[in-house]
Design a protein around this ligand. Structure first.
Ligand code: UDP
Length: 263
């Protein structure tokens, strides 16, 4: 594969053996999948078919050695913001906690979908729900990744008023991922909404500052700013296109790459 069609491999794993110390490079990714990835187009709730399709590509990539952490969104079930106008009796903060719980529901379903296909997982939550999942502890999460377990990170950041995009940026940084993969329903980052504007241009590569300045709707500004401050590359790609997820997990360049380099 040509070098300019890959995303970087930065993780160095040192393995002590009886005779030697082996140094190998392993790819570590944080994958953000919004709730829309867990249900059919224009529907809500959970479709185990959709989960299984995602799980299949994730398990194959994991078996090929990619270390994978997945941040689940919850929009297929509930977003905190939806209660703002409709129901004043639910406080906004409460609604956000409900949204975080939605991501745990997705995590439980995705865990079974992945394990059904032979993947090894750990569900970790930023909110403490100890009877169904481990609490998120950074060093433990890294250990799971090193052991080849797919970690499912639910509950977002554990704090209200932000989204799982911000959680994804946060975890990508602290887990020292090589790249933050943002799975979307469109082919990458466009100059305008491609579902509304047929002339919208798809970018191959963008700088963080371009995304922020042009207010391109990729991820939350907070998430982009976090990645910008710490140089975390973001790749935005269409997860619904056959094989794209596997390609992205494996290091192939699909969709739009956002880095500090501008065109
Ligand atoms: N949420 C939150 N804190 C977080 C992450 C999520 O309060 O750190 C809440 C927020 O209300 C959000 C909901 O959980 O709307 C579901 O997450 P998100 O909207 O990111 O899901 P997605 O749109 O990716 O499916």
């Amino acid at each position: 594969m040509a070098a300019n069609h890959t995303t970087p491999f930065r993780t160095i794993v040192m393995t002590e053996t009886q005779s030697d110390t082996q140094i190998t490079t392993t790819r570590r990714v944080v994958l953000k999948i919004s709730g829309e990835g867990f249900c059919p187009v224009h529907e809500r709730g959970i479709s185990m078919d959709a989960m299984s399709r995602l799980a299949d590509q994730v398990v194959r990539s994991s078996l090929s050695g990619v270390q994978i952490a997945i941040i689940m969104g919850g929009g297929n079930i509930l977003r905190g913001g939806q209660f703002k106008a409709a129901n004043n009796s639910i406080q906004e903060a409460t609604a956000h906690y409900m949204g975080m719980l939605a991501t745990v529901i997705n995590g439980l379903a995705l865990q079974d979908a992945i394990e059904n296909l032979g993947g090894n997982t750990r569900l970790m939550t930023a909110l403490h729900i100890d009877t169904v999942a481990e609490p998120y502890i950074r060093r433990k999460a890294i250990r799971h990744l090193e052991k080849g377990r797919i970690i499912l990170l639910a509950g977002g950041t554990g704090s209200p008023y932000v989204t799982t995009d911000t959680a994804a940026a946060q975890r990508a940084l602290e887990l020292q991922a090589d790249v933050l993969l943002k799975a979307t329903k469109v082919d990458g980052v466009y100059s305008d909404d491609p579902e509304k504007n047929p002339h919208a241009v798809l970018y191959n590569e963008l700088g963080y500052s371009d995304v922020l300045r042009q207010n391109l709707r990729v991820m939350d500004q907070e998430a982009i700013a976090k990645c910008k401050d710490h140089g975390m590359p973001i790749m935005v790609f269409n997860f619904r296109k056959e094989g794209n997820l596997r390609r992205a997990l494996g290091g192939e360049r699909v969709g739009t790459l956002i880095t500090k380099n501008t065109l």
